[in-house]
Structures are given as structure tokens and as C-alpha cells.
Write a protein that binds this ligand. Structure first.
Ligand code: ADP
Ligand code: MG
Length: 880
């Protein structure tokens, strides 16, 4: 059926529904029939897919090849061991990915949207995924249309369909049946499409198509949804590719040299393959995903819901947090502090009622239920409640002076009007920003504007939000209900001053931000002086050089002029949402990494363009939430700062395990490669290397993801998103530590051979294994010593180390495993000696950290303030 060519009644008949909606039983039955209202999700993995995913890893394939080679050369025993190790590794990987998937699922559940529908004639909230054809949905400004719908009632309804049609102007929707003909999507004025946004008005509509049957679903089927790759994963990918080349070269070299020395080729081949495996950090990208997903789970506990996984990683790079004032920095608990009445203003038709209080009670959409629970915008509630306390209750007054029409509030006009019937004519009441009202006053009142401005500014300078009221009488309802016709020639009645106390934790969070090299910027529709007063209270403005800019001042600056000051502006007042975009791009052009909050429909473009868009969970619209990378469940500024702290921790820890695993690989390669060059026998067997690489490296590596925040993580500049993995001497660290690990292993081997100890191989194996455990402990912090961190501050690490030691001792002392791994039980003295030598790595890294700390104390500059960033060709320019 072409729903746009069909009358509302016929649509209802076609869908067997009615304006009262479906009953619950029918809805359930249709849900079973049509399936859930969601787009096919390729991300959802079944358990079997997860298992296969583990096995399909390139490294695993190489390992399986190694097992094959072992069988070919008659080393079936090695093949079993390799297979067992592969299995064990797959189990560990599976458990981790499964947990990560569960964490992501929980996030998705939290982010699941709800829609208001009529079921059995009653408005109810249902999961958007449970909508079925025939449902009657109730839509209002700020919502994303949840399915394809046919409107049956619409009030000043406007929809932004740009996501579907590319048309950027909002489309006015109607309920009228269209005359027969061909209509492209954008012209079907009585239909609404899934994924488009209601920007104005409200509507009731029949659901006509859900899930993949919607227009969006048809497109989604065409577009292959890519898996999201985070900047770090991209860099790791590049790194992996380079390392594969290294691995190949090292493997080939090793094989060639051994061949020349006349070693048996079967052995050489196996060890070459193991070498290649040692050099490949194939598991790293998956490990990164796992720690990001687990990190997102932790963030949710801190009230930050991550909608996009890469944002978890890039949170640590934020240099500017541009935040709304009302509700984020303040409590959004408005109270009227005082009223100012312009003397001797009376309005005909109100009898001897007070004009200002009448306006407070009538010009509002706030209301309360019998139990006195107030509903509505907090500013409006404060004003209406104040009036009610003065015996000017809205319901009684509205009964006498019924509302005929209204011009709703919008944040560009910064005012709203209601029109009421009175005995003397139609009364227009307007409230809004004082500045918006001055322009509209009658000529006779123009003279008093200077005096009014002085009074309003005095209030604003104390941090009050000032709402001014104006009124006029018209003989009849104007045909033209536009601001130009209604909100002009007003008489100023007076104004109300409201307080909205700053959040207690915001001041602390602002200070923390600044210490972390992040600049908090307040963006508000409020008066310049109000904004400035609150910014000063919170510490956002703390010096003369920091600027406050109003929207109109901003509009007058051209790009170069704005670029010159943008980094100094701490408060933007009286801005409209469109200007947020300009602020973002100016900051980004200066290579800043911008987090931006928003709640309204018109904040969506800014949220999309910011490096991290943050939507309000409580006061935010669906549209804003869908555009954001992160949702603040508690709307609290402090939560953003907390999220940044988590982001930095997660990033730090990822770098730690990358460092750990790479240093381990360098150690293994050094050992295998140099021992023969020094005239020693090949140090280890292939299975030894696999064991260390997959088990000894893997378990403590994972545990590093559980490391708590570094003490100074919020006292250092943000992470430059373009920084490579090897920045800050990391490459050198990996190389030096790797050489050390390899060096002591070879030393152990050489010494025990010289002493004629028969267990030299097992001893070298043990040193290589234990020295990496020492490294895992020491690498937990980049600066702090393990003794000040405390062993117990990362319990998973202790567990991983204990488990690894236990497994290793099992290989050393259980005869069955001796057989399998070609190891021998070490004597007490030998074991002691390997332990002592292994601990060298631990001590060396601890001493290196001590030197780093000493230098910091000695005053080698530790930049607290952000150093200027080097120019980059384009953003975001992530490189390997
Ligand atoms: P914020 O950025 O702090 O949320 P808003 O965009 O909500 O600011 O409000 C900007 C200005 O619009 C306020 O300072 C006030 O003067 C005016 N205003 C806010 N809410 C209303 C309302 N419900 N009715 C009339 N004017 C309002
Ligand atoms: Mg607001």
C-alpha cells in the first residue's frame, strides 16, 4: 500500500488498527510476526563465531602450520603440545572477548531508546525495538522518529530529514492524503521516516513499517557496516604489518645462518617459525578491543555511557571541554530570588490583579499534579511556583483568561509568548531575555531602557538568571502568529531574578581539569554577566586574560580574528547552538581536541563535529543522544572529568601491555638469534618459545589492563592523539629491556654450559620466563616504584603471576610435562640461581624509574601546561 496516497482511515483499516492503538496481545503477536524493530546488526556474535574468531587468527594459523611441520618431521609430541597451547590460548582469548561482548551488550541495553505509544488507548513507554506496524506513536520535538510512520494528527510539526534525503531544510509535515502521483521520499509530506528528527511541534502517527522494512533499513542493507577501528588500533595495525616483515626477515636469517653452520633443517624450520611468532604481536589489536570494551563497562559505572568505542581511547586526548552551564555546571534547580516591578503599570481586563504576577502564572508551560510534583522546564517551574505561592495559580487564572495561542520558546529568539482572552481584548504576554525584550518595547518606554538595563545588569552580575516580562492588548487574535506581529510594541512589566546554584562538585572538577592541562569552557544562552559571575565562582575564569564573548561579539569577528582569541575564551554567553560549530572548528584548526556537550535538537551538528560529542542523559533529547559519542547519565560536569581520568588510565594501560609484550618479544628474539652467533647451541625449543609467548606473556599482559590510574595521570598534559606508540622513549625502553632479557638468558645458558650443568636449557627457559614476570611487576607504573604502588593494588596481576609461576613449576617438576616439554626438574640451588638472575630485569627497570623520579625532582621541566602542538597537515592524522 502507498500510505501517502491513502486516507488516514484507510491506512488504519489496512493495518487493522485504530487511533486508540493496538492491544497488548496483538502487539505481542505482531512482534513475533514482523520481528523486532531494529536494523540488522552484524556486530552481534554468537558463541561459536567467537570461538571461530579465536581460531582464525593469523598467528594461530602459523601455529597450526608449525604443528603440521612437527608431525612431518616425526615430532608428533611437539605437535600435541603446540595444539594444547593453541587451545589454551584460544580459551583465554575467548573468555576475554566474551566478557567484553557482555560489557558492550550491557551498554547497548542502557542506550536502548524508548518510545511513547498508545496500547489499549493508554500512553505507555515501550522499547523502540518492540514497535510493530499498526502501533500509534506519540512524537514531539527532540525525538528521532523510531519507525516509518503515517501521521494522523500533527501540530506545527517539522522534521529534519537530512539524514535520509540530504535536504537540509526542515520539512513541514501534514496529515492530508496526497493527490495521486509519483512522489520521491522527500515529498511524501504525510509520512515520517525512521532515523529522521522531529525539530518542532508534536504528532500522533501510525507505524507502517519497522526494522529492515523501513526506508532506512533498505539503505542499511546496501551499506556494508564497517567494524569501528580506533585510532590506536589503526596504528597497531600498521605496526603489526611492519613487524611481520621483521619477523619474516629474522626467521629467514636465522634459518640461513643455521643452515650454513650445518644445523639440522627440521629443527631450524621449527625454531624459525617460533621466532616469527615471537616477533608478531598478532594478539594486540584484539587485546586493545577487549580493554576498550571493559573500560566502557567501567565508565558506565561512573555514569558515562559510551556510544562509540573509539571515544574510550580518545577521551584521554581531550584538551578543551566545552560545556553547557545550566544543569551541567549548575544544579538546574531554579528559585526566584526577587521580582522587580516597573512602577505604575496596569493592564486593562485583569481587574486589580498584579500584572507581573499574572504574567508569571500565565506565561508558562509548567504545571503540577495534585501531589505538587512540578513538571516542566526548571526556569518555568520556578516562576510558576513563585506566582502560586503569591496566590496566582495558573489553573484558576487560565480558567478566567483562556490561552488562545502561543509562540513557543526557542533558543535563538530567547523568549516566548502566550495570548489570552480577557474582557478588554486579547492579552499578549511575553517573557524572555531582557535584551530580547528591550528591542520590542513601545516608544513611550524606550526612555526607561537605560534604567532597566542598569537594574538587570546589576542582578546578572551577581549570577542571577533574569527573565523579563512584557505585555500588550490587542483588539483580536492576529491572523499572523509570528514574532514580528506578536512580540512588538510591548510594555515592560518587570523582571524576575532566579538563582541556580553551582553544583558542589563542579568547582573541584574544574580545578582538576586545569591541573590536567584541559581547559573548561562554558557555553550558555544566558546573560553575559550571569555567565561570567558563575564562571568566576567555579574557577573557570581566574585571570584577566581570559575572555568572555557573547554571541553577537562572536558574529562580528571574522575567522582570523576569532582564531587569534579562541584559545583565550572561557565563556560564551548568549550564543545560539549554530555558533557551537564555529567554536569547535576554530579550536580544531588550532589542533585542539574538543569535547562538547549538548542537549537540544540543534546541538546535534556540534555533537557530531566535536572530537567527542557528549549528550545529556537526563535533560537531553533523543536527537542529541544519537549524535553523541558519550552520554552523561547524570548530566554532571564532574562526570566528564571522571571519564577523562578513566580514558587516560585505559590508554596508559594499553600502552603498558603493548610495551610489555613487545619487550618480551625482543627478549625472545635476542636470545634465539644471538646465542648461535656466540657459538652456543640454540637456546630453546619451539614449544618453549610458544609457551612463553602465549602463556607467560599473555596472562600478566592482560592483568596490566586492570592497573589503577597512575598517581599523576591528571597532573600531566593530555595525550596527543597523533603521538606514535613509540613516543616518549618507549621504543628505546622496549629495545633496551628486550636486549637485557635476552642478555641474561644467554648469560645463564653460557654459564651453565661452562659449568657442565646438564639442565642448562631448562635454566635458560626459566630465566626467560621469570625475568618477564619481574618486568610485568616493574612496568606497572612508568614512574612510581612498585613499593609505593603496593603489590596489592593490582590483584589480578598477582593472580596472573602466581598462576604463571605455578604452571611453569608444573612443567619443571611433573614428569609427564618433563616428557612433553623436554624439561628437567631443577635442583633447589639451580632454581634459586635462575630466580636471582631473573630478578635483574625487575631491579634494572625499578632503578630506571628511580632515575626518572630523581630527575623530575631535580627540576628537569615536567610540562604541566600544554606545550603548543606542532602543526599537522590535516585532522585527524593518525599515524603508525
Ligand atoms: P542555557 O544555555 O543556559 O540552557 P537557554 O538557551 O535555556 O540557556 O536560555 C537562554 C535564555 O533564554 C535565558 O537566559 C533566558 O533569558 C531565556 N529563556 C530560557 N528559558 C526560557 C523560557 N522558558 N521562556 C522564556 N525565556 C527563556
Ligand atoms: Mg537551557
Amino acid at each position: 500500500m502507498e500510505y501517502y496516497l491513502t486516507s488516514v482511515a484507510d491506512v488504519a483499516a489496512g493495518l487493522t488498527t485504530s487511533p486508540a492503538g493496538l492491544d497488548a496481545a496483538t502487539a505481542r503477536q505482531r512482534l513475533a510476526e514482523h520481528g523486532p524493530n531494529q536494523l540488522d546488526d552484524t556486530q552481534q556474535k554468537t558463541i561459536w563465531q567467537l570461538v571461530l574468531h579465536q581460531l582464525a587468527d593469523v598467528m594461530i594459523l602459523v601455529l597450526l602450520a608449525a604443528a603440521g611441520v612437527s608431525v612431518l618431521i616425526g615430532e608428533a609430541k611437539s605437535a600435541y603440545v603446540i595444539l594444547a597451547i593453541v587451545g589454551l590460548n584460544a580459551v583465554i582469548g575467548f573468555v576475554q572477548e566474551y566478557r567484553a561482548d557482555k560489557a558492550m551488550e550491557a551498554l547497548q541495553k542502557m542506550a536502548a531508546s524508548h518510545t511513547q505509544v498508545l496500547r489499549d488507548g493508554q500512553p505507555t513507554h515501550v522499547l523502540t525495538a518492540e514497535l510493530v506496524p499498526g502501533d500509534v506513536v506519540l512524537l514531539e520535538a527532540g525525538q528521532v522518529i523510531p519507525a516509518d510512520v503515517r501521521f494522523l494528527a500533527a501540530f506545527t510539526l517539522k522534521v529534519d530529514e537530512s539524514s535520509l534525503t540530504g535536504e537540509s531544510d526542515n520539512v513541514e509535515k501534514t496529515v492530508d492524503t496526497l493527490p495521486p502521483g509519483e512522489y520521491p521520499l522527500g515529498d511524501r509530506l504525510n509520512l515520517g521516516y525512521r532515523g529522521t528528527a522531529v525539530t518542532n511541534g508534536r504528532a500522533t502517527a501510525y507505524v507502517v513499517a519497522t526494522g529492515m522494512a523501513t526506508e532506512l533499513g533498505k539503505i542499511a542493507a546496501l551499506i556494508q557496516t564497517d567494524e569501528v577501528v580506533t585510532p590506536l588500533q589503526k596504528r597497531l595495525g600498521t605496526l603489526s604489518k611492519r613487524l611481520s616483515v621483521v619477523a619474516l626477515v629474522v626467521g629467514a636469517l636465522f634459518f640461513g645462518l643455521g643452515w650454513l653452520r650445518g644445523e639440522p633443517w627440521e629443527n631450524l624450520l621449527l625454531v624459525s617459525i617460533s621466532l616469527a611468532i615471537a616477533a608478531l604481536p598478532e594478539a594486540l589489536p584484539a587485546l586493545v578491543t577487549v580493554s576498550l570494551a571493559l573500560g566502557a563497562g567501567r565508565l558506565m559505572k561512573s555514569q558515562a555511557l559510551m556510544r562509540k568505542l573509539p571515544a574510550v581511547e580518545t577521551l584521554g586526548s581531550v584538551t578543551y571541554i566545552c560545556t553547557d552551564k545550566t544543569g551541567t555546571l549548575t544544579l538546574n534547580q531554579m528559585t526566584v530570588q526577587e521580582l522587580y516591578e516597573v512602577p505604575a503599570v496596569t493592564l486593562d481586563g485583569l481587574a486589580d490583579r498584579n500584572a507581573l504576577l499574572t504574567a508569571l502564572a500565565l506565561n508558562t508551560d509548567a504545571s503540577h499534579d495534585p501531589e505538587n510534583h512540578w513538571l516542566g522546564d526548571s526556569t518555568e517551574v520556578a516562576l510558576a511556583r513563585y506566582a502560586e505561592e503569591k496566590e496566582y495559580a495558573r489553573p484558576a487564572l487560565e480558567a478566567q483568561f483562556p490561552r488562545l495561542a502561543e509562540l513557543p520558546f526557542d533558543s535563538e529568539r530567547k523568549c516566548m509568548s502566550t495570548l489570552h482572552q480577557t474582557p478588554a481584548g486579547v492579552l499578549v504576554l511575553t517573557k524572555g531575555a531582557a535584551g530580547s525584550l528591550y528591542k520590542q518595547l513601545t516608544d513611550s518606554q524606550q526612555a526607561s531602557i537605560a534604567d532597566l538595563t542598569r537594574r538587570v545588569d546589576a542582578q546578572a552580575a551577581q549570577g542571577y538568571r533574569v527573565l523579563a516580562y512584557g505585555a500588550k492588548l490587542l483588539p483580536e487574535l492576529p491572523a499572523d502568529l509570528t514574532p514580528a506581529a506578536v512580540e512588538t510594541g510591548l510594555t515592560f512589566l518587570g523582571f524576575a531574578s532566579l538563582v541556580d546554584p553551582p553544583r558542589a562538585e563542579a568547582r573541584q572538577a574544574v580545578a582538576e581539569c586545569k591541573a590536567a592541562g584541559i581547559i573548561p569552557v562554558m557555553i550558555t544562552g544566558d546573560h553575559k554577566l550571569t555567565a561570567k559571575a558563575i564562571a568566576e565562582k567555579l574557577g573557570i575564569i581566574s585571570s584577566q586574560e581570559e575572555l568572555v564573548l557573547t554571541g553577537s561579539e562572536l558574529a562580528e569577528l571574522d575567522e582570523p580574528a576569532f582564531a587569534a582569541v579562541v584559545e583565550k575564551v572561557r565563556v560564551y554567553a548568549r550564543v545560539d547552538p549554530a555558533q557551537k560549530l564555529r567554536i569547535i572548528s576554530a579550536l580544531q584548526a588550532r589542533h585542539q581536541f574538543v569535547a562538547m556537550t549538548g542537549d537540544g535538537v540543534n546541538d546535534a551538528p556540534a555533537l557530531k563535529n566535536a572530537d567527542i560529542g557528549i549528550a545529556m542523559g537526563i535533560n537531553g533529547t533523543e536527537v542529541a543522544k544519537e549524535a553523541a559519542a558519550m552520554i552523561l547519565l547524570d548530566d554532571d560536569f564532574a562526570t566528564i572529568v571522571e571519564a577523562v581520568r578513566h580514558g587516560r588510565r585505559i590508554y596508559d594501560n594499553i600502552l603498558k601491555f603493548i610495551r610489555y609484550i613487545l619487550a618480551g618479544s625482543v627478549g625472545e628474539i635476542t636470545t634465539l638469534f644471538f646465542a648461535p652467533l656466540l657459538g652456543l647451541p640454540i637456546t630453546l625449543l619451539a614449544i618453549h618459545i610458544l609457551w612463553i609467548n602465549l602463556i607467560t606473556d599473555g596472562l600478566p599482559g592482560l592483568a596490566l589492563a586492570y592497573e589503577p590510574s597512575e598517581k599523576n595521570s591528571m597532573q600531566r598534559p593530555p595525550i596527543d592523539p597523533r603521538q606514535t606508540i613509540f613516543a616518549d622513549g618507549l621504543g628505546w625502553f622496549i629495545l633496551c629491556v628486550g636486549l637485557l632479557v635476552g642478555g641474561i638468558t644467554i648469560a645463564m645458558q653460557a654459564w651453565s654450559i661452562r659449568q657442565g650443568l646438564p639442565h642448562w636449557q631448562t635454566m635458560a627457559f626459566t630465566v626467560l620466563c621469570f625475568s618477564q614476570l619481574g618486568l610485568a611487576l616493574a612496568i606497572r607504573s612508568r614512574r612510581e616504584s612498585i613499593f609505593s604502588l603496593g603489590l596489592l593494588s593490582n590483584k589480578p596481576m598477582l593472580g596472573a603471576i602466581a598462576l604463571t609461576i605455578g604452571l611453569h613449576l608444573m612443567i619443571l617438576y611433573v614428569p609427564f610435562f618433563n616428557q612433553l616439554f623436554s624439561t628437567q626438574p631443577l635442583t633447589g640451588a639451580e632454581l634459586g640461581m635462575t630466580l636471582a638472575i631473573s630478578s635483574v630485569v625487575f631491579w634494572v627497570v625499578e632503578i630506571q624509574k628511580l632515575i626518572v623520579r630523581r630527575r623530575a625532582v631535580a627540576g628537569v621541566p615536567q610540562p604541566l601546561v600544554q606545550a603548543p602542538r606542532p602543526a599537522a597537515p590535516s585532522r585527524p592524522a593518525y599515524q603508525g
